[in-house]
Design a binder for this molecule. Sequence first.
Ligand SMILES: [Zn+2]
Length: 515
Amino acid sequence: MFKLKQYLSTALVLLSVSISAQDDIVIKEIVKEANENSQLERLGQELMDGIGPRLVGTPQMKQAHDWAVNTYAEWGISAHNESYGTWRGWERGITHIDMISPRVQSLKGTQLAWSPSTSKKGVTAEVVVLPMVNDSVEFAKWLPAVKGKLVMVSKLEMTGRPDYNWEEFATEESFEKMKAARDAADEAWRANMENTGYTSRTIHEALENAGAAGIISSYWSKGFGVSKIFSARTKNIPTVDLEMEDYSLVYRLAKRGEQPKLTIVAQSKELGEVPTFNTIAEIKGSEKPEEYVILSAHFDSWDGGTGATDNGTGTLVMMEAMRILKKVYPNPKRTILVGHWGSEEQGLNGSRAFVEDHPEIIDNVQAVFNQDNGTGRVVRISGQGFLHAYDYIGRWLSEVPEDIRKHIETNFPGTPARGGSDYASFVAAGAPAFGLSSLSWSYWNYTWHTNRDTYDKIVFDDVRNNAILTAILAYMASEDPEKTSREKSVLPVSERTGEQMEWPEKREPTRRGGF
Ligand SMILES: [Zn+2]
């Protein structure tokens, strides 16, 4: 025992002559802890399976904030929920949709977020589809026909097969023919919507005012079985999304004059005006506590699935990185703070509020690392227009193990983000903030804001990879002898406008929303 100790302290003395070798000890510990004691699966199950989706204003969102504070407390990290505003409170209940005529079939679909509730018995009514009209007068004449009916407001898809499936199996001629027919049908649908005098957004209100019993939409995400689930636009009648296959079935029956009838039970609760939060946790800096390395990931989600890849995985990365840092690097030089932002999905509201409420932190940001585009390993980092980002990001990345770094393409100085995720809130304030951008894993078609964004889509090896990367970047940014430069590069001339691009401006958060 004694011998081993002596050997170790000699080794440490030898290593400390070289800074990078000393770095290596912490970095090796980060990698070891991430690989041998990973908490990702446990956290993923508690958050996605246990708590579920995290729509702003729902009790589940609040439950998630409390869970994060408690989890940090377990790890000895101080955390709190910071209220920054209010939102329309709402809670999803049971959705059950059945076709009862011309034959019985249970349908796959769900109420849209913030949709008004049906009674327990639900609504039973005939279905109608939007007619083809020549102008708004003709549409206005038809409109009373929706009284007491369920109205289908989305177009009929030409095919339920994703294009990649056609590409693999169709003959070239048949694929081309389908695409041409689809383009023509889409154009006809668009032109007809224009003829009604409404848009696909405003028509909901018109139908509701004309006495419709409910709205049925379908937002196919162009993958097998995938719907994007956003919010309802109705004030008193329910709006549900039917999955593409079932929507198409009912639509075809209605078109053929079979007068399909559905029963929709879509229960939910209005909860009035409720507070919104960011969860903030930090490990205080020992030498420069007033300077901040910020880990960033929005905490909220849409609620068609359980928000596993948007942004459960970004959340897990930041929590796991914090846990590891607290264990192997408990006395950072600078303060390491993590922000789990609320209401990103409605316009970066949580992070914009944080930026507005904490100028003293924003002025002293060493770096912000944000993750928010799925479960994949990080493959891109842009300098976001900061002229010297190459120096420091390059310096920090050089300490990341080769098997992680080799996947990452960098782009310097890059251009500043104007939205998309929370790092844009910090970039707009001139604070060096960067997105850790993931490989897709079919994010756009299969999981982003869809009913298929669930735990089973998480690729834990990639998420582990990202937690290691984030912890090392935070460690390097914290230890860096230099404060990072905020000097902005001269932005290029926009190809679209022909004018020189300007740095994005800070935008105000919505502090009271959803009403
Ligand atoms: Zn997101």
